[in-house]
Design a protein around this ligand. Structure first.
Ligand code: G1P
Length: 288
């Protein structure tokens, strides 16, 4: 079954980016000429998803404004012959559907995702953490395929040095890694102490979950840090149903912090045909 819905949790206040986030949500910071959020949406659309559910917060009205048609601006662009740009603006939310739901109390990632249940309904869905920019739909498309062939939920994982595991959700794999990077998962644990981590495979910000995860999300109790953790819902799911991880080698940037944002801007600039030539020259001439 093709996954059609993607939930993008974007209710956080972006405190690591203050004062920049005082007015502009970090999901709308530009990478090249695109808001980071649009890059994540394009990744979803490239994997066949056509309904984007953004979990926002009422203190971030700019997110909602991004999805609203702006006929006046489009008219002005057309009048001045900028039809390509006008088309690009018109396409936001035209060939796909955007729904905004609200998480007004920050109770954790599991709670944020739970706020999207009604909008998604009884179907499998992707969860895409917008702090992570992948720049390609290949990983999500592969995860969709694994979800439909196994009938179970799938998380993306990356292998990291041991000292980093405590900042992430960690999987406990069972069996061997297949040639295409798929591994069966028997347990998941949120931010374990280093000596209790069951592996060096951390959960990165992409999930494809079967609809029965909603029950486990609704039943969540406070976990690590007193928050309702998505990882704990998946732990319960993996204990009773097939569950897999896909080891990702796509380059990924954590744009939740200023350095990650810079590296994402540089890497995506280096693959953008309009920017790459001058950017390469600039970087090559840098003296420091
Ligand atoms: C969240 C999840 C964690 C996951 C991480 C990926 O943590 O809870 O399991 O590994 O995202 O970025 P957060 O970064 O919100 O603390």
């Amino acid at each position: 079954m093709q996954v059609r819905n993607a939930v993008i949790p974007a209710a956080g206040l972006g405190t690591r980016f203050l004062p920049a986030t005082k007015v502009v949500p970090k999901e709308l910071f530009p990478i090249g000429d695109q808001p980071a959020l649009q890059i994540v949406i394009d990744e979803a659309l490239g994997a066949g998803i056509d309904h984007i559910i953004v979990v926002s917060n009422r203190n971030k009205p700019a997110i909602e404004a991004y999805f609203k048609p702006n006929d006046e601006l489009i008219g002005k662009l057309e009048d001045s012959g900028k039809t390509e740009l006008a088309d690009r603006l018109r396409s936001i939310g035209r060939d796909w559907r955007a729904t905004i739901v609200y998480q007004d109390n920050p109770k954790g990632l599991g709670h944020a995702v739970g706020c999207a249940q009604e909008a998604v309904g009884n179907e499998p869905f992707a969860v895409m953490l917008p702090d992570e920019i992948m720049g390609s739909s290949a990983l999500l498309a592969q995860m969709n395929g694994v979800c439909s062939s196994t009938g179970g939920s799938v998380v993306a994982v990356a292998e990291v040095p041991r000292h980093q595991v405590s900042s992430y959700g960690v999987i406990d794999p069972s069996g061997d890694l297949s040639n295409d990077g798929v591994i069966s998962v028997k347990d998941l644990v949120e931010k374990p102490p280093i000596d209790e981590a069951p592996s060096n495979y951390i959960i990165t910000g992409r999930y494809v979950l079967t609809a029965d995860a909603w029950g486990e999300i609704a039943a969540l109790q406070p976990g690590r840090g007193g928050e309702l953790q998505l990882t704990d819902a998946l732990k319960a799911q993996a204990a009773r149903a097939p569950f897999h991880a896909v080891l990702s080698d796509v380059s990924r940037h954590d744009t939740g912090n200023p350095l990650g944002f810079l590296t994402a801007s540089i890497e995506l600039g280096l693959v953008n045909p309009e920017l790459q030539g001058d950017l390469r020259t600039f970087l090559g001439n840098l003296e420091y």
